[in-house]
Design a binder for this molecule. Sequence first.
Ligand code: TMP
Length: 201
Amino acid sequence: MSGKFITFEGVDGAGKSTHLHGFVEALRARGVDVVLTREPGGTPLGEQLRELVLHQSMHMDTEAMLMFAARVEHIEQVIKPALARGAWVVSDRFSDASFAYQGGGRGMDIARLEALERWACGDFRPDLTLLFDIPVEVAKARLADAREPDKFEREQAGFFQRVRSAYLDRARQQPQRFAVIDAVQTLEQVRAQVQAVLDRL
Ligand code: TMP
C-alpha cells in the first residue's frame, strides 16, 4: 500500500467537516489523488446502516457492532482498494469514533471494543488522525443553529463530555498518530492549524 489513510474526528459541532473539504482541496491542488469518504457510511450498505444507527434506538452493543459491520465493508470495498492504487483516503470519522462515542459516551467496555476492532480491522489503522477538540458547551452552541439533530446530537452534555475525554485520552496514548486541533479558534486560525499539519505530511 502506498497511499495514506487520514481521518478527521471530534465531537459533533467541532467543525471538522468544514475543514475536511478544505484539506482535501489542498491535497488535490498538490496533485494527490484523494478519495473523500465518511463513517458510518462510505458504501451503499454502510449508508443504509448509517440511517439505522443515527435514527433508531438500539442496545449499545448492537450500535457498536453495526458501526464495525459498516466499517468492514468500508475498509474492504473502498479504503484498501484506493490505498492499493496509490490514492490517499480521507475519512470523516473511523474507529476512534467508536471508542469515543460507544466507549466514552455510552460507557461500553473498551476491551470489547478492542476485540471488535481486532476482528473488523486487524492491524489496519489510520496513518494520521486530526482531532478537532472543543469544549462541549461551544460545540453545542454551534450545533444549535445547524440541521435537525440526529440520535447522537440529541444526547445530553454529559455524554459529549465523556466523548471528548475519550478522544483526548486516545490522542495522549497515541501521540505519533494524532494531531490535536484547537477548534475553539476562529475559522481562519483553525484553517492555519490544519494547513500546518498538511505541510508536515
Ligand atoms: P457525523 O455527524 O460526523 O457524520 O457522524 C455521525 C454520528 O455517528 C456522530 O454523532 C458520531 C456517531 N458515530 C458513532 O457513534 N460511532 C462511530 O463509530 C462512528 C463512525 C460515528
